[in-house]
Design a protein around this ligand. Structure first.
Ligand code: NAD
Length: 298
């Protein structure tokens, strides 16, 4: 297929490369020229670059994938005179894999559908390692027939591809999961800190939790205590993981989405404030499991 890819950051660049390796033609754009140059170089000049969204949208593409930081970037790329929706051919399938709020995703679906354009919201989990390995999990919302048609395409970048239902439901699944993850990391951090303060060895404590009812992904796969698991960010100074500021953004999305249906998410609200305070102390760039230092230092 002839694929356009917009947003060549930590996630987008390896995802785009996997699409090229799978045999697609690749046309790319990013506002940061160095990110474009990196992908063109990695592709051994096989990928083609465009100078803006307008030019890319007019390339007669089969698919356009966007992988952008947040809702405002997605809006600026899709909407307006020079945006995707105004310029794309109605046969092009649009896939937004950015993590954004479900309300914006639903608004984009409505605007695209009004023009007869198929759009899927398809946020991912699996991090940069999953993007590189082509093992991402996709959570897809939108028209079922379009999903079925595009499933093999998603499989070129991911391993588990879930259909979540109506427009925006991919984002609903993503915010719900990250709400739980953000809370469970703080709970694990609290429990580990308490146990160690009261005299337990952290490795012994983690082994017991992981064989008991407190076990969760944050304790057995991504333990926040340094030295408990070898290959986690905690054991390399909280570098190269999922940033505290990205978790803060996702909890903000969860709180906003909850407000739209007046659903109380009390622990989520508290978790958001804890990551916010921790980020303000200068830790936004560190992996989110470093939130354990918030408890160690109090
Ligand atoms: P990133 O900041 O590394 O990349 C985003 C890219 O979009 C950048 O290269 C930026 O220059 C580009 N961009 C911004 N505005 C643009 C515009 N108007 N036109 C073209 N390009 C533009 O972010 P990332 O880590 O790749 O994450 C992308 C999305 O995936 C986010 O929504 C994030 O929440 C989500 N996500 C990230 C991870 C992770 O581990 N990094 C995991 C799952 C989901």
């Amino acid at each position: 297929m002839k694929v356009g890819f917009i947003g060549l950051g930590n996630m987008g660049s390896p995802m785009a490369m996997n699409l090229l390796k799978a045999g697609n033609e690749l046309i790319v754009f990013d506002v940061v020229e160095a990110n474009v140059a990196f992908v063109i170089d990695q592709s051994k000049q096989k990928a083609i670059s465009c100078k803006n969204v307008y030019e890319l949208a007019n390339m007669d593409l089969d698919v356009i994938v966007t992988m952008l930081p947040a809702s405002q970037h997605v809006r600026s790329v899709y909407l307006g005179e020079n945006g995707i929706l105004e310029n794309v051919d109605s046969n092009t399938v649009l896939i937004d894999s950015s993590t954004i709020d479900p309300q914006t995703a639903r608004e984009l679906h409505t605007l695209a559908n009004a023009k007869g354009i198929a759009l899927l919201d398809a946020p991912v989990s699996g991090g940069t390692a999953g993007a590189q390995a082509g093992s991402l999990t996709f959570m897809v919302g939108g028209d079922d027939n379009t999903f079925q048609k595009m499933k093999p395409f998603f499989e070129q970048m991911g391993k588990k591809i879930f259909y979540c239902g109506r427009a925006g439901n991919g984002q609903v699944a993503k915010v719900s999961n990250n709400l739980l993850l953000g809370i469970s990391m703080i709970a694990t951090a609290e429990a580990m800190t308490l146990g160690v303060e009261l005299g337990m060895d952290p490795v012994v404590l983690a082994n017991i939790i992981n064989a008991s009812s407190g076990r969760c992904w944050s304790s057995d796969t991504y333990n926040p205590y340094p030295g408990v698991l070898e290959s986690t960010p905690a054991s390399r100074g909280y570098t190269d993981g999922f940033g505290t500021d990205l978790m803060l953004k996702d909890l903000g999305l969860a709180c906003e989405a909850a407000k739209s249906v007046k659903q109380p998410i009390m622990l989520g609200g508290l978790a958001q404030q804890i990551y916010q305070a921790f980020s303000r102390q200068g830790n936004g760039h560190l992996d989110f499991s470093s939130v354990i230092n918030f408890f160690k230092n109090h």
